[in-house]
Design a binder for this molecule. Structure first.
Ligand SMILES: [Zn+2]
Ligand SMILES: [Zn+2]
Length: 680
């Protein structure tokens, strides 16, 4: 963005690598820095002169006004000053020459367990429901966010365990099995494979991806149940439930819909457990005009014996735990305000059993023909999945003073993770590890609508791999628009614009300036950058160190979107630095000028290496490619608090290759039509 509009760019036109990266000269040859399009589809070439301004040449756009405003707001003219204090410069230069941190290497098949002297980080992402194919909103809401954070923690040498798995019990699976004429187990096996393939494609690097329908799940859930029961936190009551005569079954909450009972809301499509509009939990029998979602008939109320968790008794314990946890940990404001509201309203008893077969059996006499209601035992899945990973799972889950637990989810999952699950763990008095940092974020919408499988709106995990957009670009864009503080929108036009401006013209431009210059002018040999004399070189190191610190601070607090913005700012500083130093001119000048040019390129290449580190959590494939091009594939530096001189003097870089490919208007128009769903 900044580079293509800068008049200084004209200076670069005699530099081969630069020619193709600026928008204006694109037709001259997009071979050096842009990947050539895959021969998959015929794409119109060069007939879109205004492709960087997609907002103006699309009459079909539904809300042009809004998108225009958004584009202006997101493209601020950023002041890039090198303005560090002398003290900061001195400090940064001290670190610059020190050896960087070496990354811990894990032995193959070694089980990750908490270590006495390490920072032990346990990470979970909300368990995806097995027979829903996850959409992009689900991905960024929990799994992808947790993956980025886990990769970051590993890069920092934190002793990290990232676990997740499919949530398999419940009526939805039972019903699906009926539909597909097979057993619930077969349904789960089938969909478990679908999930694992999708996550593999998105490069989600779980330490273990398990499932909830296991023997360990039964053992641990029943154990927690008995502990709650012994403390008198479970009581019996008769429940009125919706029963459908046509379907001859009690209707699980997700199979009933009706009008929200809250007179202030009255949303006409509230689910049986929760209203999507006002977010309140709903008791299915309180729905106004309920309808069976399987056959559309009106269900009737029937009575059945059930068990309840006495949450009011646990309220003081949960309250004092929460007050402490959100003060000492990193909770998103969305997460803490939802929790606060729940506690202020006062906890109510909740039924923990259901008249179903596919689930964890209730062990109490008289109730053994029932199963636990999924909200009670699904979060216990985190424990049982860890137990399936290692027999020493209790070292993670029963050592709250040695383990920090980070949980990632979208806001609809916050009440279960911030109130009800902690209540169960605290109530069982078994020294459980309870969430320390809760990243509950807002919703991602799709082109101003909701994702909907039935309406065919939005991109689902299995679709993404059928596009020409590589997995790294999906990751980049989803993180770029991560709904960290408010709901956000996935937009194809915006994806194109961010790819072309941030990745191609900023990050890719910088990397593909530095490496080829070194190749052509210095036969690939990196100059000695250990001693920095000129003020701008010294300021450069301090300025990048400053950006790195901002990155670390954001990442530590799970503000991943902010972290990504810091990465992009680092490469903008890199571009700015090269524009100020003009090595392409100086390399033809006096001896002093030539030395300065060599130093500029050496510094730029070290920033390229740092970029491969800070980018790794977001774009792992790109990070590898950068290291390969630097011929630093074998390096195993981790990330510490400073910018270091990573490349030794005399190191030979590898071959420069374009990292990113331009996304064309025609392509996003095609995808927008394909994934737009049936518009009313
Ligand atoms: Zn409502
Ligand atoms: Zn029915």
């Amino acid at each position: 963005m900044a580079t293509s509009s800068d008049p200084n760019d004209l200076n670069l036109q005699n530099l081969k690598v630069e020619e193709s990266t600026t928008v204006k000269t694109e037709e001259a040859g997009s071979t050096t820095t842009e990947k050539t399009a895959k021969p998959k589809k015929d794409k119109p070439k060069q007939d879109k002169p205004k492709q960087d301004k997609p907002k103006q040449d699309k009459p079909k756009q539904e809300k042009p006004k809004q998108e225009k405003v958004q584009a202006v707001a997101e493209a601020p003219v950023e002041e890039l000053d090198f303005n560090r204090t002398p003290e900061e410069v001195e400090k940064a230069l001290n670190e610059w020459v020190k050896k960087p941190l070496l990354a811990n290497q894990k032995k193959p098949d070694e089980k990750i367990l908490p270590k006495p002297d390490a920072r032990n980080i346990l990470i979970t992402s909300a368990l995806p429901y097995v027979n829903n194919v996850p959409h992009l909103g689900n991905l960024i809401g929990s799994l992808l966010s947790a993956d980025v954070f886990a990769r970051y923690c590993r890069l920092r040498n934190y002793n990290t365990l990232y676990i997740c798995g499919t949530d398999e019990y419940g009526t939805a699976t039972e019903t699906k099995a009926l539909e597909e004429k097979c057993t619930p187990r077969q349904i789960c096996d089938k969909y478990y494979d679908i999930h694992t393939k999708i996550y593999k494609w998105f490069q989600l690097d779980f330490d273990y991806f398990g499932r909830t329908s296991t023997e360990k799940q039964t053992q641990i859930s029943q154990d927690i149940f008995w502990k709650l029961h012994k403390r008198d936190l479970v009581f019996k009551d008769i429940v009125e439930q919706l029963y459908c005569d046509t379907c001859q079954r009690f209707l699980a909450d997700r199979y009933v819909a009706g009008t929200c009972p809250d007179p202030a809301c009255k949303y006409n499509d509230a689910r049986g457990d929760q209203c999507d509009k006002c977010g309140k939990l709903v008791n299915a029998i309180e729905l106004v005009e309920p309808k069976c979602q399987i056959c559309r008939n009106t269900p009737q109320i029937k009575k059945s014996d059930h068990l309840f968790l006495d949450l009011p008794k646990l309220q003081p314990e949960v309250r004092s735990w929460f007050d402490k946890s959100c003060k000492t940990g990193h909770w998103t404001s969305t997460a803490s305000s939802i929790t606060e509201a729940w506690l202020n309203e006062g906890l109510k008893p909740r039924c923990i059993t259901r008249d179903l077969k596919w689930g964890t059996q209730v062990p109490l006499e008289g109730y053994t023909n029932k199963v636990f209601y999924v909200w009670f035992d699904a979060p216990i899945g985190y424990l049982s999945i860890t137990a399936n990973y290692t027999d020493n799972w209790e070292q993670w889950w029963k050592q709250p003073d040695k383990v920090e637990l980070f949980q990632f989810m979208a806001k609809d999952n916050v009440p279960f993770h911030a109130v009800i699950f902690p209540a169960c763990l605290l109530g069982s008095q078994d020294n459980f590890t309870v969430v320390n940092h809760l990243s509950g974020i807002d919703y991602l919408n799709y082109e101003d609508a909701k994702f909907s499988k039935s309406r065919g709106t939005g991109v689902f995990g299995d679709h993404a791999q059928d596009t020409e957009i590589p997995s790294d670009i999906w990751r980049f864009y989803l993180l770029y628009i991560r709904p960290e503080t408010t709901d956000s929108v996935f937009s194809w036009a915006d994806l194109m614009s961010k790819n072309n401006s941030e990745l191609l013209n900023n990050l890719g431009n910088f990397i593909n300036r530095a490496i080829p210059f070194c190749e052509t002018k210095y036969a690939g040999k990196v100059g000695d950058a250990s001693k920095l004399e000129t003020p701008l070189d010294r300021l450069f190191v301090a300025q990048i160190t400053n950006e790195l610190n901002a990155y670390l601070e954001a990442m530590e607090k799970t503000r991943l979107r902010d972290g990504l913005k810091c990465v992009l700012r680092m490469s903008r500083y890199g571009n700015k630095f090269l524009q100020m130093k003009e090595p392409w001119k100086k390399c033809k000048g006096s001896d002093a000028d030539q030395a300065d040019a060599e130093m500029s390129i050496a510094l730029a290449l070290n920033l390229v290496y740092l970029l491969s580190l800070v980018l790794q959590p977001f774009m792992p494939t790109t990070s590898n490619e950068i290291r390969e091009q630097l011929n630093m594939k074998e390096s195993n530096y981790g990330l510490d608090n400073a910018f270091h001189c990573y490349l030794p003097a005399g190191h030979t870089v590898g071959k420069a290759q374009p990292l990113f490919k331009r996304v064309e208007t025609a392509l996003v128009e095609q995808y927008r039509a394909r994934f737009g769903g049936q518009k009313k």
